[in-house]
Design a protein around this ligand. Structure first.
Ligand code: HEC
Length: 123
């Protein structure tokens, strides 16, 4: 019985140490090769103008107001770019918590997010 307990303890220790090791890896900022149009730092290489078209064509205005125009089902997005900055947070919200989920081809999503990021009181 004791040797089972011992091996459980050893196993736990080795798992713990392994994950410590993983966490202690130096935090170098990830490099963003050109094939990643969105960096996690809020820069965005999407096309804002095209993103506006994506926005118009995917029924977003039927529920959201931008610049005074649109439906009132969802929140006004006229200044969304001021509160939400990271591309990843848009991506997460639109794909996971938004109802209906916004599923778009990669390029459309990148452009849409660039457009949303640009929605500020002062551009
Ligand atoms: C059927 C109505 C509807 C449509 C169509 C719709 N939305 Fe929404 N949206 C909502 C509602 C309701 C919320 C608030 C609750 C939530 O997050 O699901 C919301 C929330 C959001 C938010 C978060 C706002 C905040 O203040 O954090 C964003 C960004 C957004 N929508 C973008 C879009 C985009 C882009 C499109 C088009 C691709 C779209 N929505 C289409 C109803 C809609």
């Amino acid at each position: 019985m004791n040797h089972i307990r011992l091996s459980v303890i050893l196993f736990t220790i080795s798992v713990t140490f392994n994950s410590w090791g993983a966490e202690r890896k130096p935090l170098t900022p990830p490099l963003m090769p050109p094939e990643f149009p969105q960096s996690p730092f809020g820069f965005s290489k999407g096309d804002e103008k095209r993103g506006e078209l994506v926005y118009q064509r995917n029924a977003c205005p039927s529920c959201h107001i931008v610049g005074g125009k649109g439906g009132k089902v969802g929140p006004d997005l006229s200044r969304i770019g001021e509160t939400k900055t990271l591309p990843e947070s848009y991506r997460q919200q639109l794909a996971n918590s938004h109802k209906p989920p916004v599923i778009l081809p990669q390029q459309d999503m990148d452009d849409l997010i660039t457009y949303l990021q640009s929605l500020k009181l002062l551009k």
